[in-house]
Design a protein around this ligand. Structure first.
Ligand SMILES: [Zn+2]
Length: 156
């Protein structure tokens, strides 16, 4: 007596494929050989994104990125309305109107509730100098610059 309840031959004779698999087998499409162009494009895709990768290379934008995008759009408009287009910080070596971006009162991870809407316009060198300062000094300078704009702080 075998450890198996039936021999392979018996099992094969008794085998009844499930209806679903019968249907799918009847409709099965024999895979066609890829054309050279398809083969080339698949190779290129795999080379650039890894085998079977179908995800975009970059992650989707997270909630924090979206929040800052919305805040930045609002702030750009407010600063434009107030006519503030140049660096507000004016440290020695200031670039004045070149590479002017928004500076926050703290590094992003240390921002307090609602501070996403408190910014100053700062050129690249001024921004760099702000970032190496003591945190409370950086905060007081950016807050003072923001208060100078006359923009009403947006409550969120
Ligand atoms: Zn500057």
């Amino acid at each position: 007596m075998s450890v198996f309840e039936q021999t392979y031959e018996e099992a094969k004779a008794n085998y009844k494929p499930l209806r679903r698999s019968q249907i799918s087998r009847r409709n099965a499409v024999v895979p066609q050989r890829k054309t050279d162009a398809e083969d080339r494009s698949d190779r290129q895709l795999n080379a650039s994104h890894g085998f079977l990768a179908r995800k975009p290379a970059m992650n989707k934008r997270g909630a924090r990125t979206k929040a800052w995008d919305a805040a930045r759009a609002w702030l750009h408009r407010q600063f434009r309305l107030k006519g503030i287009l140049t660096c507000q910080i004016r440290f020695p070596g200031c670039w004045f109107d070149r590479e002017v971006y928004f500076a926050h009162p703290a590094k992003r991870r240390n921002l307090r509730e609602g501070e996403l809407y408190v910014v100053a316009k700062a050129c690249n060198p001024c921004h760099d100098q702000l970032e190496i300062m003591a945190p409370e000094r950086m905060r007081s300078i950016v807050e003072a610059a923001f208060n100078n704009t006359g923009i009403v702080r947006k409550q969120i």
